[in-house]
Write a protein that binds this ligand. Structure first.
Ligand SMILES: *Cc1c(COP(=O)(O)O)cnc(C)c1O
Length: 226
């Protein structure tokens, strides 16, 4: 299958999962994860209708930036160290992996300096799996308050990466937990701060859509194995 055909298949599966859950397919954003993918292949996906690209390494993303098609929205989806905050503030539109007050403050400072705004999702480790990035569910309220109050950051929701499993159903309780956490935080935050749930990858994005994902991050199903 060509990249264009794969994009079409993923979009059709998202639409079917959304319809099955009584949701509109337009309410689910597809972020094509382009780590290790070269600009020519990225262009094929964009020509097939992809509008959002996700990268997990700053250096790699910056090296491709000049060769990417115009008009795409860039999402940082990987763990970010504070010393890379400037590059993300200057070059990305979204970050899904805000997991500390320190990182949020540095991103805001760098956005101020660059005259940019960054849409932020808080990465939460809802499974409690060790060796996983993300704030604890207990810390999420404090982090959300902090990000909501920072002038150059726009808090837009939560993101999670469940433990790896061959069985998509094993992700379902983690996705449900993220949705529940967003619902519990929303009443104490500015309107819209919890409107997005970024959850679901190649192995489990249909389950994620059933559980309320508004953003899925799909790499392998579009570009093949890395
Ligand atoms: C690589 C990556 C993805 C995409 O994974 P696939 O299984 O290839 O779809 C999604 N989210 C994050 C945070 C990633 O690092």
């Amino acid at each position: 299958m060509s990249i264009a055909e794969r994009v079409g298949e993923v979009a059709a599966r998202i639409a079917a999962a959304a319809a099955g859950a009584g949701r509109s397919p337009q309410d689910v954003m597809l972020v094509a994860v382009t780590k290790t993918v070269n600009p020519e292949r990225i262009r094929e996906a964009v020509d097939a209708g992809v509008k959002h690209l996700g990268e997990n390494r700053v250096q790699e993303a910056l090296s491709k930036l000049g060769s990417l098609p115009e008009g795409v929205t860039l999402h940082m989806i990987g763990h970010l160290q504070t010393n890379k905050a400037r590059q993300v503030a200057c070059s990305f539109d979204w970050i899904h992996s805000v997991d500390s007050v320190k990182l949020a403050e540095e991103l805001s400072r760098r956005c101020d300096a660059a005259g940019r705004r960054l849409t932020c999702l808080l990465e939460v480790n809802v499974s409690g799996e060790e060796a996983k990035y993300g704030a604890t569910p207990e810390d999420a309220a404090r982090l959300a308050d902090c990000v909501a109050a920072l002038p150059s950051l726009e808090l837009a929701g939560l993101m999670t990466v469940p433990p790896f499993s061959e069985d998509p159903e094993s992700s379902r309780p983690h996705f449900a937990r993220l949705r529940g956490l967003a619902a519990s935080l929303a009443p104490n935050l500015p309107a819209g701060s919890m409107r997005h749930l970024s959850m679901g990858m190649t192995g489990d994005y249909e389950v994620a859509v059933e559980e309320g994902a508004t953003i899925v991050r799909v790499g392998t199903a579009i570009f093949g194995h890395r």
